[in-house]
Structure formats: C-alpha cells, structure tokens
Design a protein around this ligand. Structure first.
Ligand SMILES: [Zn+2]
Length: 473
C-alpha cells in the first residue's frame, strides 16, 4: 500500500515543535514510501484510501536505546528489587551467557513485535554481549529479524575489552574481546549492513557498552576515532546512577561527562543512554557540545536510578530522545508506555524541585512545563536526530511515510477527552494501533501483524524461559 491517501484524522501531530507540532489539515498523501502532500486533500483516481476518522495520526516512534535479548528476562525475581549494579549481576550477566541462538532470536522477535504494536518504526538496539569464538552472529540475527518485520534497525555494536565480572578464570562467554577484534567486527558490520542514507533501513553505530567499565580511556579514544572515520555515530551508557560518579571520580578524578570530553566522546554525533545523575557543569558541557540523550524513564524508575534532567538538558542544547531500555529492567518495553512515563516524570521532577515562596523559592513556577507535544517530539524527531536519520521522525512533505494511526473510538479511556491529539500519550496504557506504516509499507493493521501468530510466540517464549532456567540451575 505504497500509494495512498490517509483521510479524515481527528488530529495529526507532526513531531515538530511550536505551532508546527499540529498539522492544519487531516489528510496525508503518500507516494513511493514518502509523504508528498498534507492538508485537506481530495482522493485521486486509483489511489488507495485509509479511513482515519475517529483516529489520531503520529509519526512512527523512534526508540533510541534497547537491549532486545532481554525480552526473555522480564521480571526475574533475582533482580526485581535491585538497583543497577546488583541487578546487572543478578539478571542480564547471569542469564545472557546461557541463552542459545534460538533464545536470542526469539527474544529479539518478541521485543521488536512489542515495539511495532505500540507504533514504533525505528529501533536502535545496544547489543553488547560479544566474546571470542562466539558461535553465532547475533548482529546479523538482529538485522534479519527487524527486516522480516519491515522495521528500520540501528545496531549499536557494544561490548568491550575489559571484563565486568570479577575472577581470573572467566567462562568463555564472559571473556572480553581485544580492541583489534572489536574494531574489525565493526568494520565487517559496516561493510555488510551500514547504509548512511537519511532514510536508511540499516545502520551501524560504534557503541562500547560504557566508558568507565568497557574499555581503557585510550581504547575508547581509538574507538571514537575509528567510528568517525567510518562515518558512524557513537553511543554508550553514561551516568545511569551515582555509581558512575563514584567510579569515575576514584579512577580519574573527574566527573563522568568530563572523562568523556577527555576521550573524544562528546559531540552532535554522540548520544548516551540515561544521563540521570549529572552536575550542572556536566549539563552545560553536554548541551554546549550538542551531545544527545536516550531518556529511559521506566527503566530508571524500575532500577531506582532517578529521573534524568531532560528539560535542563534540552534547554542547554542537547537533543532529547526516548529509549525503552531492555525488558529485564522495563516490563513494558513499548513506546506508548515509555512516552507516557516521560511526560509524567518530567513534570514530576520539576514539581519535586519546586520550592515554596515562604521557603525562599519561586512557588509552583513552571513545574508543569513539559507538554504532550514535547514528549511526542522527543520520541519521534528527537530520536531521528540522535540517530542521524533526517528523513524520519516527522510528518511533513518529503519525509518518509513512517506513520502510526491510533483509534480513539472504541476504548472508554478516551471517551470524554477534550483534545483527541494528545489521547494515546496522555491516557497511556495499551493504545489501539489501527495502522503502522514504515516507508509506506503496512507493518500493523488493526493491532495485528500479518503472519505473526502471537499465541504461538507466547508459547515459544514460555518454553524458552523454562529451558533457560533449567539450564541455569
Ligand atoms: Zn541500556
């Protein structure tokens, strides 16, 4: 359904800012996978029509941080009530080495399907489990699974040269790579998969797992140099909890963002997941260099990490995007839940920081400054910006036809709502996704993906979890 007219939408949010956040008309014309016209449009002969009456139209979401392998590790009791460091040991580091190729592929499929059913069209996955002699190509599996579903996919090639687990005799699957092997594999992935186009379906990103723990500073500097020489963007984790502040201060006598400045890991081609714990100097430095954030509010809440200062970062000059993070620390790894949480948490953080006038503060001030339009922009255009995918993330003539259409006419949660445009985000919960298009191709219709048997996928997931736990016992 590449040539079509989407008609009669109750509202269209564009992902743009200011008055451009809402489109004036209710119709969009698509030709050869691109939006060619918007407004109040008449059908043309032979054109397929998509009736969007009773619906709102958004850009398809852009998820900028995930670990798809964790889709089989949700709600693990060993890590459920832990903070980041003990959770890492209890859940992903304990269970990931036990996962078979079949488990990995199944986990990727579950995560991608969950995202697509929330209206997500582009997924950046931070895949970080690589080791010498790894018996299967997990990078290729991720590209294959995303392509099968028709989603845009950005592989953030993680891993590193330092072991995170203590002990001299590490099991093979916990051993680090050499820098040469790491960089050679990035080069291979670029040759096999990377397309630098603004509407690319496949990208590769240089992404050692985390600066303080994955590589020595000189190796991080070399990874940045090689990545930039290959035309890649750079991604990593940073300052997810106070642990980062303690570690980097003790190791280097610096703040984490200052360390990144020293090793060449700041700039408009870099984005970090989390950035929860930042000093004001670090916010200014990130903003001044145009370094972006993948804000992951649900995972940050689930792990007790805190609430990232996203409004302050944006005001300083940092592009803001949204990531669901892995499902081992976010049991609702879908974009509607995440964007809803981003809206509430940004406002909650500002309210938490407010000081009464009788205590010398400004009162409520601008505690409710973050709007639904803001978080929609973060989850769409902001994501496209940090990924460097200029042709996606916004609805405008010339842009790729990555479009999510949500129904509001058969769920009581939307009944009585004065402004339909905000409904899927403001009301939260499972949205009623009528259509998802990526490059004009229909990926979801009426909440289902053609050829995808969810009952069967659920059965396979239960079998895989059972086998994984038995293997681990
Ligand atoms: Zn992460």
């Amino acid at each position: 359904m590449s040539d079509m007219l989407i008609r009669h939408a109750s509202a269209v949010l564009t992902g743009l800012s200011g008055t451009a956040a809402r489109a004036e008309g209710s119709d969009l014309r698509v030709r050869k996978g691109r939006i060619v016209e918007m407004g109040s449009l008449r059908p043309e002969p032979g054109e397929q029509q998509v009736d969007a009456s009773g619906c709102v139209v958004y850009p398809a979401w852009v998820n900028t941080h995930h670990h798809l392998f964790q889709s089989l590790l949700k709600g693990d009791p060993a890590g459920l009530n832990a903070t980041l460091s003990p959770w890492l040991l209890a859940t992903p580091m304990r269970l990931r080495p036990r996962m078979s190729e079949h488990d990995f592929r199944l986990a990727a499929r579950i995560g991608l399907v969950e995202l697509a059913l929330s209206g997500c069209g582009t997924v950046a996955d931070h895949n970080y489990h690589y080791f010498p002699g790894m018996p299967y190509d997990s990078s290729a599996i991720l590209f294959e699974e995303a392509a099968r579903l028709g989603l845009r996919f950005v592989l953030c090639r993680g891993g590193g040269t330092l072991a995170r687990q203590p002990g001299d005799e590490l099991p093979p699957a916990a051993r680090p790579e050499t820098l040469d092997a790491f960089l050679q594999d990035v080069g291979r992935l670029v040759r096999e998969f990377h397309d630098p186009a603004a509407d690319s379906m496949q990208r590769v990103v240089m992404a050692p797992t985390t600066p303080p723990h994955s590589m020595r500073p000189e190796e991080m500097r070399e990874a940045a140099r090689v990545g930039r020489a290959l035309g890649l963007r750079l991604h990593s984790h940073l300052s997810e909890t106070v642990h980062y502040q303690d570690t980097v201060q003790r190791q280097h006598g610096l703040r984490p963002v200052e360390l990144c400045e020293r090793i060449g890991w700041l700039g408009p081609d870099v984005w970090f997941a989390h950035l929860v714990k930042l000093d004001p100097e670090e916010i200014a430095l990130l903003g001044r260099t145009g370094t972006g954030i993948a804000h992951c509010p649900q995972s940050n809440g689930r792990l007790g990490s805190g609430i990232a200062p996203v409004r302050a970062l944006e005001a300083a000059g940092s592009p803001v995007s949204i990531g669901v993070d892995g499902a081992a620390s976010n049991e609702a790894a879908d974009m509607i839940s995440e964007i809803h949480a981003a809206w509430l948490m940004a406002r909650a953080r500002d309210g938490q920081d407010a000081v009464a006038q009788v205590r010398g503060g400004a009162g409520e001030g601008d505690s409710a400054a973050t709007t639904v339009e803001d978080v929609v922009r973060w989850g769409t255009a902001g994501g496209a910006r940090v990924l460097g995918l200029g042709a996606v993330g916004t609805l405008a003539p010339g842009q790729a036809a990555d479009i999510a259409i949500y129904g509001l006419d058969r769920d009581p949660r939307y009944f009585g709502l004065h402004d339909p445009a905000i409904a899927p985000v403001a009301s939260g919960g499972r949205a009623d996704l009528r259509h998802l298009f990526v490059a004009g191709r229909e990926i979801v219709r009426d909440g289902a993906m053609p050829g995808m048997d969810l009952i069967e996928l659920g059965r396979q997931s239960r079998d895989a979890v059972r086998a994984l736990l038995q293997r681990n016992a």
